[in-house]
Design a protein around this ligand. Structure first.
Ligand SMILES: [Zn+2]
Length: 176
């Protein structure tokens, strides 16, 4: 068995180590050990195969961790940050939670108790789309309707239009 440190870094800025093992025939695996990311490959791999597989396994770990579900506290903190950034600190929610049962709406807001619920499918979408839905629902704390004033506030979030396009495209593909 041989270990070699690469100059690659993992998603948490870890060192990436390649472990070559004569016992391995074809399988490749990646694990976190002692603060490093270890990619185990068969000893017979060429340098080219090594490079290809290390990149593939790293991309897999990154994708998985980027889709990590935010907890309720993290969601609330994210919402508060958005309120401070785009809504003049005027609309703090009491709670923001995920909902498994929401299929036709991306989010709902109950202004009377300042609670927001988000469809859990948003966990699979880019952060800027999640932030758009949050800004949209947070703005409902100030304007329960979809009035001009409402949309003017939502438009302060720079990627509003792009996020709406993303969500419309997603819904169209899903409903097809
Ligand atoms: Zn709305």
């Amino acid at each position: 068995m041989s270990r070699r440190e690469t100059d690659l870094r993992g998603p948490r800025d870890e060192t990436v180590v390649v472990v070559r093992s004569a016992r391995r025939k074809r399988t490749v695996s990646i694990t976190r050990r002692n603060g490093q990311l270890e990619v185990s490959i068969p000893a017979s791999f060429t340098r080219g195969q090594e490079k290809q597989w290390v990149e593939k396994m790293l991309a897999r770990v990154k994708a998985k961790e980027e889709r990590r579900k935010l907890g309720d506290e993290e969601l609330l903190a994210r919402a508060r940050h958005l309120v401070d950034t785009y809504l003049d600190s005027r609309a703090y929610p009491v709670s923001v939670t995920w909902s498994q049962r929401q299929h036709t709406t991306w989010g709902t807001c109950t202004p009377s108790d300042a609670t927001i619920r988000l469809a859990s499918v948003l966990q699979t979408m880019p952060d800027w789309v999640l932030d758009y839905v949050l800004v949209h629902e947070l703005t409902h704390l100030l304007h329960p309707d979809h009035s001009e004033e409402f949309w003017a506030l939502v438009a302060r979030y720079p990627r509003s239009e792009r996020a709406r396009g993303y969500l419309d495209g997603y819904a169209a593909a899903r409903d097809r």
